[in-house]
Design a protein around this ligand. Structure first.
Ligand code: ADP
Ligand code: MG
Length: 344
């Protein structure tokens, strides 16, 4: 497509969390008489089934990687994420979807979007969550060009860490942490779309044959090890993308960068250039950046080349707590200078 970059993807992608829950979802697929798992398990997944007819679908909110997101009503205002599956009859596709749903329903945290249920009868596959009010951090930062002072930036980052730390404690990887998936309203952060990444690549519009389109602004969230495996992905029998808690932490580093500087790292560079640099362990230079060393240290720690060297969300939170909150992170007179080196 226009300006997009194509890479090969593999079909199977399993995380620890996927495996943990695959038991439940297998159960629900079986005939009740054939079932070997305890009945209770199956019921617990069914509880989250929403009959499609019960949903009142209202206006379109937007189109994303999964398909169309609608505002709707189901016992109150909800967001309905309709999934456009490539191949509805494909058992594996449905299985992946059910696994993601099984993951999703385990989450209860203030900083995570509320999962309400899912429509699980093909071809009507949809995920229903609470409707986030307010705007995404992406809108605040990149569209409205808002500048948060350092104390607000820290409060936002702390809530992101809280939600992410919780997900990791539940053995759920986000895999798609980005400012477009973080809502911010009245001082409160709500993270969305965790654990849905495996579904996205099964959706229409993302694929051209066996190739996946890389959406603009996505690469800068990908850790070197993930980028490197995209590069290596030209072989047909490629292995899974190595997402991990550490790759989520890398993505958080990019969010922290955007919060501080109002721009994406490697802004304006072509995908090939970003892939090459990140894969080689190069980072967005911070030399021109007006920020205290401890603020930059967080960035460098999250962006560490080796996954094992990246901190956990708990560590980041304690570091954030110790930061002095007074200074402005971005000088209004130098808001975008840091990206100059990347653009030239
Ligand atoms: P992306 O995250 O890449 O923007 P999505 O498919 O997740 O793509 O979202 C499509 C649109 O729907 C975006 O504008 C997003 O902000 C909006 N959206 C997604 N989930 C919700 C939600 N729970 N509440 C309100 N708006 C949402
Ligand atoms: Mg999203």
């Amino acid at each position: 497509g226009s300006g997009s970059f194509l890479l090969h993807q593999t079909d199977s992608e399993k995380t620890l969390a996927d495996r943990v829950d695959s038991q439940d979802s297998q159960v629900s697929d079986m005939d009740p008489n054939e079932r070997s798992w305890p009945r209770q398990n199956s019921l617990s997944l069914r509880e989250w089934d929403i009959p499609f007819d019960e949903l009142q679908i209202e206006e379109t909110i937007g189109v994303g990687r999964f398909g169309v997101v609608y505002k709707g009503n189901w016992h109150g205002s909800v967001a309905i994420k309709m999934l456009n599956m490539d191949d509805m009859d494909d058992k594996k596709t449905l299985e992946t979807f059910k696994q993601e749903v099984a993951n999703f329903r385990k989450t209860r945290h203030e900083n995570l979007v509320l999962f309400m249920g899912a429509c699980m009868k093909p071809p009507r596959l949809a995920i229903v969550t609470s409707l986030c009010k307010g705007m995404t951090l992406y809108k605040h930062i990149h569209v409205r060009k808002e500048k948060f002072n350092l104390s607000r930036t820290i409060r936002i980052a702390q809530q992101v860490c809280q939600g992410m730390g919780y997900l990791h404690a539940r053995e759920i990887l986000h895999k798609d942490l980005k400012t477009k998936n973080i809502f911010y309203e009245n001082g409160k952060v709500v993270i969305t779309d965790f654990g849905l990444f495996s579904v996205t690549k099964l959706c229409q519009g993302n694929r051209k044959g066996d190739w996946l389109t890389i959406p603009k602004g996505w690469l800068c969230y990908l850790a070197p090890e993930v980028i490197r495996s995209l590069k290596a992905g030209n072989q047909p029998d490629d292995t899974d993308l190595p997402f991990s808690t550490a790759s989520d932490v890398y993505a958080f580093g990019t969010v922290w960068y955007e919060l501080l500087y109002g721009e994406w790292p490697f802004h304006g560079q072509p995908p090939e250039g970003i892939i090459w640099q990140v894969g080689k362990g190069m980072k967005q230079p911070l030399t021109n950046i007006q920020a205290s060393q401890d603020v930059k240290d967080i960035l460098m720690a999250c962006w560490a080349y080796k996954p094992v060297e990246r901190p956990h969300f708990g560590n980041i939170q304690s570091t954030l707590l110790k930061l002095p909150k007074k200074r402005l992170a971005r000088s209004p007179s130098h808001p975008i200078h840091l990206s100059r080196s990347a653009e030239s």
